[in-house]
Unconditional design. Sequence first.
Lengths: 538, 325
Amino acid sequence: MSTPVVQRRTGLRAAVEWLRWGWRQLTSMRTALLLLFLLALAAIPGSVVPQRQVNPVTVAEFVSRHPRLAPWYSRVGLFEVFSSPWFAAIYLLLMVSLVGCIVPRTLRHAKALRADPPRAPVRLERLGASHTWTADGGSDAVLASARAALASRRYRVIEGSDADGRRWLSAERGRHRETGNVLFHLALLAVLIGMALTTLLGFKASTLVVVGNGFANTITQYDSYTAGRLVSTSRLAPFSLTVNSFTVRFETGLEQFGAAREFDAAVTVVPRPGAPAVEDHLLVNHPLHIGREEVHLIGHGYAPVFTVTDGAGDTTFSGPVAFLPQDGNFASTGVLKMPDAKPDQLALQGLFLPTAVLDPTRGPVSVFPDAGNPMVYFTAYTGDLGLDDGSPTSVYALDTSTLTQLSVDGEPFRVALEPGQTAQLPGGVGKVRFDGYQRWVNLQISSRPGTMVVFVGAVVALVGISASLFIGRRRTFVGVREVAGRTVVTLAGLDQRAGAERSTDGLVDDLAAVAAAAGEPGTVDCGNGADVEQESRT
Amino acid sequence: MTPTQVMLGTLSDNAIRFATGVMLLAMVVYAARWALDRERATAGTLATREPAPALVGADAPAELPESVPVAADREAATERSRRAETLGRVAFNLFLLAGALLVAGVVLRGVAAERVPWSNMYEFATAGSAGVFLVFIGVRSRLRLQWLDFPMSFFLLVMLGLATTVLYTPVSGLIPALQSYWLAIHVTAAVTGTAVFSVAFIITVMQLIRRRQESTGRPSRLPPSATMDTAAYRLNAFAFPLWTFALIAGAIWAQHAWGRFWGWDPKEVWMFITWVSYACYLHARATPGWRRRLPWIGVVAYATIFFNLVVVNVFITGLHSYAGV
């Protein structure tokens, strides 16, 4: 009857032993080191393979270029390295290892902080650096001045005596080297927690606003929107914003000709319904802060202004149309859809060139990003635009499958207009006037709760790592013995930087200062001796 | 750009080209001195070496070195050491001159461009080299690095050579994304950190060479590899918080400019990889049994900085594409 119980017990004990062993392995320095290496290694594909989270367009390009490789990449999460299970496994293990290591270490250090420095060893001359001399003053005077010198060098000092009549000082400094170390690792945990918060609670959206128009911060006004799991769209800050003007300036000098030099959007913000309007400027490195949300200027482009009159003589469209830039000189393409045109629905497919030049080989191109010689080229279509069945269509693309392209003498109808010019469409279906251009800006609205946690954690980590690397942890002992009416003083020191190669510079300075204060007439030579010994030891 | 700016820019270009030339001279003189030293070290060892025990077997050496130094040899050795000292002084002065010209060139570039002169790869390379020079001069006597003069002049010559030929970019304005005081904070911290890591890296490479010499017992004028290890560690440990600061400053800037403090942009990924690599280095030093691998970890960690500067800047597009190459 008892045998199975015993067996179960040993089995349990074995399991506990295994767990304990596993935990010891996981929280060991060596495992932490290996996990750190793995973390660095695992991040590499995230910089080489296009990442969906960074730029979905490049991922799509990669997929179309490598149709056989892409599914495999996708399967092992190479397009989403930083949210892949294996990357998470590494940093979660690292985090567990960190917690397992740092919690006991914190407790031990908390205890050590309250403890006194240890008693002075009996044979001080055996320590790495030591020096003995005979002082003139009594032991009281020597100890008092040594104590003062140590205190002024920020040592904690205790005094004691041995049974054989020796009196000693034991002094210690640099305990906060370990405080810094503990703080650094705890702060890293705070950074990780903060990052998790920003991912869960944050969102990012973007919207395109033509200059002169406004925008109210609701989800229906966004062109794109990505949010963390715990975000509620009903809690968006209820602000509205009008872009009054947008100033751009590009390099006109020879060097970096055409490079952007200034973007400045003048805006009027109503922080919440009924609040007074505020004038502000939105620049690339100067976002707007409205409540917990931030508005960034992340792009811009041109919106040519058209007036279209249909075959019946009615104005069927009038206003700016956002075109999307295709190159660095802002050659932009766009589409006009006029479902109300009579007798047939009408569409234009256009190319806008801010500084148009007719290139003999490439045709019409833009040679500068600013509007030096704005021109619009377009072709026209009639037929069914496909807008009536309610399915969503892009405002930037035209599905020409149900449309007929207008043509003249068998050639597709194509026209180039300068601002103010009007073109008659063939077959009397209408006319198009190019009134000029407006600019548009792309705004990013985002909220990152938890950023402050990350920031504070990072700053504490920085302070902690600096303390743990720069504070020198040292012990200094002074032993005094009265021999035949004279005072024999022994001074000794230990440099105990954990793991670090010991540099004795600080210790030597300390010992020299204490010796001078305690009335050593000569120079202390333990510095060099200690140094040589240090080098030969390694 | 005003004519004054153009003139200052040209002046800066000339100062840096001149610095490159003087650095080449310094390196040549250091090389001469090094050769003399080597000759001296070999002569010295030969003169004092104990006669090798007679070996039995086919591979016994044909001739044994002399065991007693001859007076003429000793005189020649003194003469050689005097010449070596003079050469060393000349080389160091040339090195200082080259460094001064370089620093002047970088400052002039800043005055010409009316901003901090480290916003593209040419400027990062020249300012980084100036930083390496200043860091080296700052710690040279403190860490007893006089022996590093020659490798250092070689490293700086390569950097300046690359900067003035492959990477050269004339003075220009900044795109709006870079128009922020964070450029002065984030990139300055990154340049300084890179400079300190570079000095540590050169020491580490020499340490590996020295370690090989030690294992084969070859004579050397270099300090023991353990001393080099200490110097490299102290520099890396100093640079690590600087790098951490650069990373934090970069994150704050990213929050300002793009509305997110971290977005795994390739440049960010590699800055993170470098940070983790140096964390490994510091960890490995405190881990039993890892001390011998330490210099290699240092080399790999430094390689990640270079990867970020060269490969990420030139071949990978991201939000940080400001290299101007």
